[in-house]
Design a protein around this ligand. Structure first.
Ligand SMILES: Cc1ncc(C[n+]2csc(CCOP(=O)(O)OP(=O)(O)O)c2C)c(N)n1
Ligand SMILES: [Mg+2]
Length: 545
């Protein structure tokens, strides 16, 4: 057995079923070892695609997604997706090939110090320099990647070490131990909740990672407290729930800010500051906050909790619920707010404007997608609209990268979503800019048999940046570009291509596209004049509370 084979044995022992990656001369021993294993290798067209696939795989399963590249340029290509997993709290293990340890002290072809390079975008990383260290390195990598807060780790394997004889076996891989919050913090939280007049629950991705959806819904229902979620907390409570106030996270004021103006207690559950700065909802730093999370609160002058309940989130919610005295109905303001938010959402149901307004496009997307189906959003103006208008029944059914927020995640992410959930419908919703960053992975999707629909919000430009420029400077520059014929591009790759030519076209086209057994692309012109209209509306927003 060589080190590469021992490495793969250790990965099998960790339950790895897929490795997403791209070959190179320096990872050949690893590829040979994969060939002899139970692991399926998914060959991608760019290392960034491989890393995004591992990232979304990790986010959907809670188990580390694994990606592989060669040294130098392969490794630099891999970095964006690795960084995305790290900042989005998705467990990921990246493995890179490397020159032999006999060549690192001289100027060697394609050599970069990858341990130094990946250090700032991972929780931990290491080079394998002794074959027998492999089991410890792999166990440490997976344990670190999967423990709260999850993220990326990196293992660098020099080619001479990969080929060396290795002795050893995988380490016992025990489930992570839960830790539970102390009684004092639970009682203090229960007391504060019992006394609050207008409490609000704010949920982030930590609650999704902790599978706390059911208990959180019970907690909110029994205590009659309305629930707001971040972009990455979507679906934690069904959007049809009478206490659901849907998603917050725009950089501009929205209806939900009226709720925060009015609250006397925010109960932050699994809320990660990286997603949405507390300065946006607590600018005067005067709202009392209860922090319920697996980890203690990060530092921010607008986020100084009065109580921190640190430990298993589900257990904490159960314990606090059992000790809270709050009774009565949801405050009328919450119901009024929900009615306003809903009315704004429904307003676009029958809009016939063309190019399609983003609100209408997303409304129709929701009508076609089932409760378990998955939307993976890319990054841009479309993401803001998806966050605001695509509402979820279940956790992990609308994935938005909002820690690192890297364009180009949607298409590779959809490949991973289909690998994890082959029987669900999957839509990659992307801007035309983001589409062109990783559309090569549509060939991967075709080859590996993961049919999903890519929905392109076509505005001929970097819409979100144009929106910001308009807000800040009243004009825009350097944001427009030309596009290929997306239908022909899809067809040239052996995919199905469709173009939306009226508002009523979209639903039938989407249904047809979702029924195909190959990946399909829908080119949909969007009316981004709605972006500035929203800014105007947001500026004029008067809280009616
Ligand atoms: C990899 C990467 N590069 C640049 C950015 C900055 N950025 C955020 S949104 C955006 C424009 C996105 O354009 P497009 O994909 O067409 O979506 P749209 O905003 O038009 O909906 C840019 C350039 C980013 N987030 N990620
Ligand atoms: Mg665009």
């Amino acid at each position: 057995m060589n080190t590469a084979e021992l490495l793969i044995q250790c990965l099998e022992n960790e339950g790895v079923r897929y490795i997403f990656g791209l070959p190179g001369e320096e990872n050949l021993h690893v590829l040979e070892a994969i060939k002899k294993s139970s692991i399926q290798f998914v060959t991608t067209r760019h290392e960034q695609g491989a890393a995004f696939m591992a990232d979304v795989y990790g986010r959907l399963t809670g188990k580390s997604g694994v990606c592989l590249s060669t040294l130098g340029p392969g490794a630099t290509n891999l970095m964006t997706g690795v960084a995305d997993a790290n900042l989005d709290g998705a467990p990921l293990v990246a493995i890179t090939g490397q020159v032999g340890t006999d060549r690192m002290h001289i100027e060697a072809h394609q050599y970069l110090d990858l341990v130094a390079m990946f250090a700032p975008v991972t929780k931990w990383n290491s080079q394998i320099v002794r074959p027998s260290n492999t089991p410890e390195i792999v166990r440490r990598a997976f344990k670190t990647a999967q423990s709260e807060k999850p993220g990326a780790v990196h293992i660098d394997l020099p080619e001479n070490i990969a080929a060396m004889p290795a002795v050893g076996k995988p380490l016992n891989n025990r489930a992570l131990q839960k830790t539970y919050a102390g009684f004092q913090s639970i009682s203090a939280a229960a007391a504060a909740i019992s006394e609050a007049n207008n409490p609000l629950i704010l949920v982030g991705n930590g609650a999704i990672r902790a599978n706390a959806s059911d208990i959180l819904t019970k907690f909110a229902t029994e205590l009659n407290i309305p629930v707001v979620n971040t972009f990455m907390g979507k679906g934690v409570i069904p959007y049809t729930h009478p206490l659901a106030l849907w998603t917050m996270g725009l950089q501009q004021r929205d209806y939900i800010n009226c709720g925060f103006d009015n609250t006397d207690l925010v109960i932050a559950i699994g809320y990660d500051l990286i997603e949405y700065s507390p300065k946006n909802w607590n600018p005067s730093a005067n709202i009392p906050i209860i922090h319920i999370n697996a980890m203690s609160a990060e530092i921010d002058s607008s986020y100084v909790p009065i109580v921190e309940v640190v430990g298993d989130i589900s257990d904490s919610l159960e314990e606090i619920l059992g000790r809270s005295q709050r009774v009565g109905k949801p405050e009328p303001y919450a119901l009024q707010l929900r009615a306003e938010i809903r009315a704004d959402y429904e307003e676009y149901a029958n809009d016939s404007g063309f190019p399609i307004k983003p609100q209408k496009l997303i409304y129709d997307l929701r009508q076609v997608m089932g409760p378990e189906d998955i939307v993976i959003s890319d990054v841009g103006a479309h993401k803001m609209w998806i966050a605001r208008h695509y509402h979820c029944d279940r956790p992990n059914t609308c994935l938005i990268s909002n820690g690192f927020a890297a364009m180009g995640i949607a298409i590779p992410g959809a490949v991973a979503a289909k690998v994890v959930h082959p029987n669900r419908k999957v839509v990659a919703a992307t801007g035309d800019g983001g589409f062109m960053m990783n559309c090569q992975e549509l060939e991967t999707a075709l080859r590996v048999g993961t049919p999903f629909v890519t929905l392109i919000f076509n505005d001929g430009g970097y819409g979100l940046i144009e929106w910001k420029q308009q807000n800040q400077f009243g004009s825009s520059s350097y944001v427009h570009f030309g596009n290929p014929d997306f239908v022909k591009l899809a067809e040239s790759m052996g995919l199905k291509g469709y173009r939306v030519e009226s508002a009523t076209d979209f639903i039938p086209i989407l249904k047809t596209a979702l029924a195909q057994d190959v990946p399909a692309v829908i080119d949909c012109p969007v009316d981004y004049r709605e972006n500035s209209r929203f800014t105007q509306k947001s500026g004029d927003l008067n809280c009616k509370l």
